[in-house]
Design a protein around this ligand. Sequence first.
Ligand SMILES: [Zn+2]
Length: 268
Amino acid sequence: MLAAMWTYEHGNFAVHQVPALSDNFIYLIATDDVLACVDPAEALPVVAACEKLGRPLTHILNTHHHWDHTGGNDELKAHFGCSIIGAAHDAKRIPSIDQGVAEGDALQLGGLDIAVLNIPGHTSGHIAFVIHADKQDALFCGDTIFGAGCGRLFEGTPAQMWASLQKLMALDDSTSVFCAHEYTLNNLDFCLTKISQSDAVKTYIAWCKDMLGKGLPTIPGTIGREKACNPMLLPAQADFRKAYANLHAISDDPVSVFTHIREARNHW
Ligand SMILES: [Zn+2]
């Protein structure tokens, strides 16, 4: 049941990336003491990954309540007796949750200091986990930032989502962005067609085609590349924002421009 597993070394921890369902990614954060799974869409690939690693699952971290992020919670808890951590705000909607957390809470797992950020927009209780690493920081952002995109606004306003995206953009440019879906190339097609034909976008597209052609994921990306190419983040740049607002005869404040681009993506 383990279709593939890719591993990224961050110095004081490793991240194992496992594909699930049609386009989800599940992550396993590994230290000497802890094996924590982020957003188990389903249980079987996680069990298979644990068997391959020869270690039991100790924790589950959920970024939000959607079924394709929590679908494996019950079965994995029954199998491993692992502890489930998710947003306190959404405790009633996260299956088998043991510990609710919110921004400002100090979450320590296996010697790792994990920062929790509240990033509402896709859902009202969406959170992100940030691990400061010896080598390269890691962001687990669920369905908030994707490669060249962002999650749909099911339970939040554009202003909320924009504030959440800004919070993530404030992280170091080198931060690895471990998001939960492989949507990058489709998002970039939208970007190139409707939003930006910059060299950075074209380079990103060529890289994605190369990776996918080799059977490799385009995730994780980095905060720096997303800031340069992600159409949902471009409204942070004043020059882009003014030109876009002019072209579409809308107000040039960041939330108005972001709202217009998110709407265009919904109907693309
Ligand atoms: Zn979702």
